[in-house]
Design a protein around this ligand. Structure first.
Ligand code: FA5
Length: 340
C-alpha cells in the first residue's frame, strides 16, 4: 500500500520534472526523448505513477484519480506548447545553429480574388443589408425555367437557336431541350416554385449568350437578379431599392432614373440607368412581375405583387474600377488582375 501523501508528492515531482524537461528542450530530438521519458505509452514515468493507483486505499482513490488527471493534462500541455514553440520560426533561430536569421524571407506571392468575385461579394453584402438573401440556380436549364414560366412563348425571338446555347446539336426551341441559361431570371421561377411569399432574394451567377465579344459584351457574363414578392409591392418600392443599391455601390450623389421598356415577364417593364461621369448609364432591366408568371408558379396575382430586376455584374464592376474593355477581365493576364 502507498499512502495518498506519498502518491501526491510523487505526482508533483513528476509534473515539475516534465515541465522543466519540456521547457528546456533545445531541439526536436531532445523534446522527443523527453516525451518518451515522461509520456511514453509503455515505460514512461507517468505510466509508472499511474500503475501505483492500484495500491492506494479505496477511500483515497477518488482524490488520487483526480490529481492524476490534472497532472496528465498539465504534462501534455507543457509538451504541446514546447512542440509548437520548436516548430515556429523564431525558435528555429535559437535551436538550429545552421539557421541564418539574417537571410531575407521567402517572397511569397499571394493571389487575389478576381474582380468579378470581389464585386459579387460586395453586391451580396449590400443587398443583404436591404434584407435580400442570396439564392443560386443551375447554369444548365430547361425551357420551362428559362422561357415558358417567364411568359416567353414558343415563337418568341428570344428562344431562337441563334440567340441561345442549346445543348443538343439540333438545338431547337420547343424541343424540350436543355440550354445554358441566358438570364438569371430562371432563379425567380425556381425560388417561387419552392417558397411562399413574402420573398426577398437576389441571385448572382453566370449566364450565356452567343454575343460577339466587344468592349461591353462577352458570351459569358454575370447577372444579379433581384426578386421581391409581398402584398403591396409597387414600382416605387422597386425604384427605392434600386436607388439604395446605387447609393451604396456607387456613392450617395448618384441619381438613378427608370424609363419604359419591355420584358415578357414584367408589366410594366423598365430600364434602369444611373448618372455617372456626366451621362446616363444603363444598369439593367426591371419591372413589376407579370401576373402570368405568378400563375405559372401557383401564386395568386390578386393577392401578391412583386418586382424583379436583372443587372449586369461586369458592367457594374467596370464602371467602379474604370475598366474600359470587358475582355480584359477574362484573358487571365495577371498584370491586369493584380491591380484590383
Ligand atoms: C435581362 O437579361 C432580363 N432578364 C433582366 C430583367 C430581370 C428584366 C428581371 C426584368 C426583370 P438584358 O438582356 O437587358 O435583361 O440584360 C441585363 C443586363 O445584362 C444588361 O443591362 C447588361 O448590363 C448585361 N448584359 C447583357 N448582355 C451582356 C453581354 N453580352 N455581356 C455583358 N453584359 C451583358
Amino acid at each position: 500500500m502507498i499512502s495518498i501523501d506519498e502518491f501526491l508528492d510523487e505526482l508533483q515531482r513528476l509534473q515539475t520534472d516534465a515541465e522543466t524537461a519540456f521547457g528546456a528542450a533545445t531541439s526536436d530530438d531532445v523534446l522527443e526523448a523527453a516525451r518518451i521519458e515522461f509520456l511514453g505509452a509503455k515505460s514512461g514515468r507517468f505510466k509508472a505513477v499511474q500503475k501505483q493507483l492500484g495500491q492506494i486505499s479505496g477511500a483515497d482513490k477518488p482524490v488520487a484519480g483526480q490529481n492524476l488527471n490534472r497532472v496528465k493534462n498539465a504534462i501534455q500541455e507543457a509538451f504541446d506548447s514546447a512542440k509548437s514553440r520548436s516548430s515556429s520560426q523564431s525558435m528555429r533561430g535559437e535551436l538550429d545553429p545552421q539557421f541564418d536569421r539574417t537571410l531575407p524571407g521567402a517572397n511569397v506571392k499571394v493571389g487575389r480574388v478576381h474582380p468579378i468575385t470581389q464585386t459579387i461579394e460586395e453586391l451580396i453584402d449590400i443587398m443583404g443589408r436591404l434584407g435580400f438573401s442570396p439564392v443560386f440556380g443551375p447554369e444548365v436549364e430547361d425551357e420551362r425555367h428559362n422561357f415558358e414560366a417567364l411568359n416567353i412563348p414558343d415563337d418568341h425571338p428570344a428562344r431562337d437557336p441563334l440567340e441561345n446555347f442549346y445543348l443538343s446539336v439540333a438545338g431547337k426551341q420547343g424541343s424540350g431541350d436543355k440550354l445554358l441559361r441566358s438570364q438569371t431570371s430562371t432563379v425567380q421561377i425556381r425560388t417561387m416554385e419552392t417558397t411562399q411569399p413574402p420573398i426577398r432574394v437576389i441571385s448572382l451567377g453566370r449566364v450565356y449568350r452567343p454575343d460577339t465579344a466587344d468592349p461591353t459584351h462577352y458570351p459569358m457574363f454575370h447577372q444579379m437578379e433581384g426578386l421581391m414578392v409581398d402584398r403591396g409591392v409597387t414600382l416605387a418600392t422597386l425604384k427605392t431599392v434600386l436607388q439604395l443599391f446605387a447609393t451604396n455601390y456607387l456613392g450617395s450623389s448618384v441619381p438613378i432614373r427608370i424609363r419604359p421598356s419591355f420584358f415578357p415577364f414584367t408589366e410594366p417593364s423598365v430600364e434602369a440607368d444611373y448618372f455617372w461621369n456626366g451621362r446616363w448609364v444603363e444598369f439593367g432591366g426591371a419591372g413589376i412581375v407579370d401576373p402570368n408568371v405568378f400563375r405559372a408558379v401557383g401564386y395568386d396575382p390578386d393577392e401578391f405583387t412583386g418586382f424583379a430586376f436583372g443587372l449586369g455584374v461586369e458592367r457594374l464592376c467596370m464602371i467602379r474600377h474604370g475598366i474600359t474593355d470587358i475582355r480584359d477581365m477574362y484573358t487571365n493576364d495577371v498584370r491586369f488582375l493584380r491591380q484590383f
